[in-house]
Design a binder for this molecule. Structure first.
Ligand code: DGP
Length: 112
């Protein structure tokens, strides 16, 4: 399977690691949209949030258990935003479930 984030997980494409555990990997976004912009992914290939089910939701829970640790590590005590894009209308460009963790400044109230 040709997946950019699987290639990053395999080390075939370099990344700036922020956090890693058995189920989760987090790294700096190549095109940051905020002073802190980290991508948090499950190591298991899940195509998007639309493919989450009872079979793989434990891996998604592991991502959300990691996010507070990542936020603390990145100094986001004043808050942050977690976003996942899904499909064409959601502007998902990489088809491996990932959560954008954005912060380090006052973010806009606008969501779209
Ligand atoms: P999305 O549009 O939600 O699918 O977000 C994909 C993000 O992935 C986008 O913000 C840019 C980032 N990205 C794309 N290619 C690379 C890469 O090779 N390395 C890193 N670190 N980030 C990448």
């Amino acid at each position: 399977m040709d997946c950019l984030f699987c290639s990053i997980l395999e080390g075939a494409i370099p990344s700036q690691k922020v956090y890693e555990d058995e189920n989760v990997y987090a790294f700096r976004d190549i095109n940051p949209q905020a002073p802190v912009h980290v991508l948090v992914i499950p190591k298991e290939h899940i195509p998007s949030a639309d493919a989450v089910s009872a079979v793989n939701s434990g891996k998604v829970a592991a991502v959300f258990e990691a996010i507070p640790k990542i936020a603390k590590e990145c100094g986001l005590e004043q808050g942050y935003r977690v976003i996942t894009n899904v499909g064409e209308h959601g502007c998902q460009s990489v088809k491996h479930l990932h959560f954008h963790v954005l912060g380090g400044k006052q973010l806009s109230e606008k969501m779209d």
